[in-house]
Design a protein around this ligand. Structure first.
Ligand code: MF3
Ligand code: CO
Ligand code: CO
Length: 248
């Protein structure tokens, strides 16, 4: 499949969807506390998304059983909300994807629950810096591989690993579209970036090995070595001038 270029009207809808997802993520993460289950986060996302007129796009996606991904500590991504209770010292990624007006916004961030270890704080900080570096590498005429190259440089400079088994993705009328966005890609390689392209950047950063393992539930991705991991995600649009963060 080719990569779609969004026209002005579609870009406006992507802005609205991105804003909606970002507002839900902000509202929900502000309420995360020790003693709360990840299922409670799911309930908050359903209510907040509905209140804004959106639909949680992850619910039922390829059979995913919840409205949000909640990935705690050693969980890399796609954690299923449930009875797991958040404890002081945990780090949790909350990943919100909202459909609004036929278009999608996809964004995630980490929450540090109470007082977390220096190591946990480190991997969260590095994930945020990697996302910022990836976004800063987006420019029309550049290459998609520049994004991953920027991310891997920051991660390695801070002693962290970058997950290769999962990446970002094109986004628009569907949550997941072409292209695949590698977080380790080579500078100057890959698809040429053009105004009107929309995709996510969502680096998964590890304290130890970046190798992953899929749990028997068919969704939950954990680090192979059990060490902690962090992720941050934005939906971005390539513009004639550079880049616009749609979920900022
Ligand atoms: N929001 C996730 C992403 O960033 C999508 C996970 S698919 C799901 O791509 F089915 F697990 F929700
Ligand atoms: Co995504
Ligand atoms: Co996401």
């Amino acid at each position: 499949m080719g990569i779609e270029l969004l026209g002005p009207g579609e870009q406006e809808r992507m802005r609205a969807a991105g804003r909606c997802a970002a507002e839900t993520l902000a509202a929900v993460t502000a309420r995360v506390r020790a003693g709360m289950t990840t299922a409670a986060i799911d309930r908050l996302v359903r209510a907040d998304t509905a209140a804004r007129g959106g639909v949680p796009a992850q619910l039922g996606y390829q059979g995913f059983p919840a409205a949000v991904c909640t990935s705690v500590n050693e969980v890399v991504c796609h954690g299923i909300p449930g009875r797991r209770m958040l404890r002081d010292g945990d780090i949790v990624n909350v990943d919100v994807t909202t459909r609004l007006g036929g278009y999608h916004g996809d964004t995630s961030r980490m929450v540090c629950v109470g007082a977390v270890s220096a190591e946990a704080r480190h991997v969260v900080d590095v994930a945020e810096r990697c996302l910022a570096a990836g976004i800063a590498a987006v420019r029309p005429g550049g290459r998609l591989g520049d994004v991953g190259a920027a991310i891997v440089d920051v991660a390695h400079a801070h002693g962290c690993g970058v997950v290769r088994d999962y990446g970002g993705h094109g986004i628009g009328r569907s949550m997941h579209m072409d292209p695949h966005v590698s977080h380790v890609g080579g500078a100057g390689k890959g698809v040429r970036l053009r105004p009107g392209m929309a995709f996510t950047i969502e680096p998964m950063i590890t304290l130890g090995s970046p190798r992953t393992r899929l749990l028997d539930d068919g969704w939950t991705v954990v680090t192979a070595d059990g060490r902690w991991t962090a992720q941050a995600e934005h939906t971005v649009l390539v513009t004639p001038e550079g880049v616009e963060v749609l979920t900022g």
